[in-house]
Design a protein around this ligand. Structure first.
Ligand SMILES: *[C@@H]1O[C@H](CO)[C@@H](O)[C@H](O)[C@H]1NC(C)=O
Ligand SMILES: *[C@@H]1O[C@H](CO)[C@@H](O)[C@H](O)[C@H]1NC(C)=O
Ligand SMILES: *[C@@H]1O[C@H](CO)[C@@H](O)[C@H](O)[C@H]1NC(C)=O
Ligand SMILES: *[C@@H]1O[C@H](CO)[C@@H](O)[C@H](O)[C@H]1NC(C)=O
Ligand SMILES: *[C@@H]1O[C@H](CO)[C@@H](O)[C@H](O)[C@H]1NC(C)=O
Ligand SMILES: *[C@@H]1O[C@H](CO)[C@@H](O)[C@H](O)[C@H]1NC(C)=O
Length: 506
């Protein structure tokens, strides 16, 4: 069923290109001859936006109207410098009767359904290496063999540009939809860039005939522009110990989130991770006014950074492009923190009383990555003794029934030392340098209150006066571990930001 669909999609892409390409190639040829005549610098031209997926296009072709979406937009080519050529008349391939009487059918593609590459970000990861994050047409990757050439172009004309083949990493486990997440790792054989002139990282994204075997299209774009000062700043960050001990990379926040639940989550984790911690929250449409109000005091104290990633919604990927977002976060903050945590806002990290989060990570410092086991909690069972006052209690204070069903494989979450990580996922990273351990039982776990965060009602639906209960064939037992620390967390919040959030709504 899905296979069938994908095949159709692929056929669509193939079918949609050839005539368009003819048209476009004619236009490009025209422009290039124009460039030659005007002795206009051809390098400027290579920075044109990549157009609708596997079809290349010059900015003057009318269908490129759709392109201003791409961040490196049409303005990169100065319209005053290159007068737009008149669009060539459409010439469709026609069916033909061959000499032997066979009818040769024609195929005329129009437009293209997915971009070749959608750039989100690029970061330096060392003196010779960069990571470029984006989305790419999924059928192109599943059925074709696109390739990526990285080129470092120094601003100083005395220095030569240098090319290297980019390594493509697809970190989303095949979860993509129209688009799949792509991390291109560009590692040059020598150091590039310096603190005097700066330079640019170009990506040449080549389809190698995927989409239309008749054409080998290369779209070239600037992934990163680095000034001399950027390089100096990178060097200093790279050589200094990281600013934070713990940095949280949140995945895409979406839906009608409960401000109260987010408030509880933040107070709990700021207390857990401590002064040298930071939280990067990604708003894919979930941060409405009420949620913003609970983030605000922590943003003002410097604990929270909010990234608005709503525009990625335009590109159909897996769950609000969360795999793209976590990879951006990894590379953006890679040198600013010792440890990076990846989990959700309905999950609460817990370490036993005898330890601290610091002592736990110190005991795991030989590992690049460790995963964290889940303790699933009921999202509706509460204690009879809370009757009539549950609405005043915090979520993790009143939802005390843990799901003790055995033999179920449950999701894990994870933390990494980001300097040794090249790309990352949602449940773990599969591109690390160094070891991973899953043996963290008894040292660290997370309580998962599934389905409570995007719910604006009081979560307690069933009050129970028993330490054990079976609901819908799932056995539950009382576990007051989290309830017992609620008081401490509330006092911590009050001490840190005062009473401003005291009237937060569900
Ligand atoms: C083209 O260049 C001229 C002069 O350098 C500038 O004024 C104009 O804004 C540019 N136009 C675009 C579309 O970049
Ligand atoms: C790219 O890959 C190389 C080799 O695996 C690695 O050493 C380097 O750190 C990676 N670069 C980035 C920016 O992740
Ligand atoms: C790098 O590769 C691109 C694309 O193949 C090519 O256009 C460019 O000239 C190359 N640059 C160098 C310095 O070889
Ligand atoms: C497409 O072009 C690139 C860059 O010029 C080249 O490296 C590659 O071999 C070509 N692929 C095919 C299938 O012709
Ligand atoms: C470089 O770092 C300095 C000091 O932290 C900062 O003021 C400046 O804005 C940074 N420059 C760039 C280009 O990022
Ligand atoms: C719970 O049940 C016990 C007896 O089984 C009873 O004594 C107690 O009052 C009940 N507690 C509440 C809060 O209803």
């Amino acid at each position: 069923m899905t296979k069938e669909k994908e095949r159709k999609m692929f056929v669509g892409v193939v079918w949609n290109c050839a005539a368009e390409l003819k048209l476009l190639l004619t236009a490009i040829l025209f422009i290039f001859s124009l460039i030659t005549i005007l002795q206009f610098m051809p390098s400027r031209f290579s920075y044109t936006p990549s157009n609708l997926g596997t079809c290349v296009s010059a900015p003057s072709i009318p269908i490129t109207a759709a392109v201003d979406s791409v961040s490196f937009s049409v303005s990169a080519v100065n319209a005053t410098a290159i007068p737009p050529p008149p669009p060539p008349p459409p010439s469709l391939d026609k069916d033909e009767v061959l000499e032997n009487g066979v009818i040769k059918r024609a195929f005329n593609p129009f437009g293209s359904a997915a971009y070749n590459f959608i750039l989100m970000s690029a970061y330096r990861g060392g003196f010779d290496t960069f990571a470029v994050m984006g989305l790419a047409s999924k059928p192109l990757h599943v059925y074709g063999k696109p390739s990526y050439q990285c080129e470092w172009v120094p601003n100083d004309n005395q220095q030569k540009p240098i090319n290297v083949t980019g390594t493509k990493i697809l970190p989303d486990w095949g979860y993509g939809r129209v688009y799949t997440v792509l991390v291109v790792n560009c590692t040059f054989p020598v150091s590039v860039g310096d603190g005097r002139n700066g330079g640019k990282l170009l990506i040449h994204a080549t389809t190698n005939g995927g989409g239309d075997t008749k054409f080998n299209i290369t779209d070239t774009f600037v992934a990163l522009t680095e000034s001399d000062q950027d390089f100096v700043n990178f060097t200093s960050t790279f050589n200094k110990p990281p600013k934070y001990d713990f940095l949280y990379c949140g995945s895409s926040l979406y839906g009608n989130l409960s401000p109260q639940r987010v408030r509880e989550w933040l107070a709990f984790h700021v207390r857990l991770f401590g002064e040298k911690s930071h939280f990067v929250i990604h708003d894919a449409g979930g941060v409405h006014e009420g949620v913003m109000a609970v983030l605000k005091p922590w943003m003002e104290k410097g604990y929270v950074t909010l990234q608005d990633i709503r525009d990625q919604e335009r590109f159909d990927g897996y769950y609000h492009n969360q795999f793209l977002i976590v990879n951006d976060c990894l590379h953006k903050y890679r040198f600013q923190t010792k440890w990076m945590f990846f989990f959700d806002v309905d999950e609460f990290i817990f370490v036993p009383k005898k330890s601290t989060i610091k002592s736990v990570v110190n005991s795991l410092s030989d590992y690049t990555q460790f995963t964290i086991e889940q303790m699933p909690m009921s999202n509706k069972l509460c204690l009879e003794e809370d009757r009539g006052k549950s609405y005043r209690k915090w979520g993790f204070e009143k939802l005390v029934y843990k799901d003790v069903k055995r033999g179920i494989r449950r999701d894990r979450k994870y933390a990494v030392q980001p300097r040794s990580v090249i790309a990352t996922g949602v449940h773990m990273s599969q591109n690390t340098v160094g070891k991973t351990t899953h043996k963290t039982e008894g040292r660290i776990k997370y309580f998962h209150y599934h389905g409570t965060i995007a719910e604006r009602r009081e979560p307690c639906r069933q009050l129970v006066n028993d330490t054990k209960i079976i609901v819908d064939r799932t056995p539950y037992e009382v576990d007051t571990t989290m309830r017992d620390i609620a008081g401490t967390v509330k006092r911590f919040e009050l001490k840190m930001i005062g009473p401003t959030l005291q009237r937060t709504r569900q």
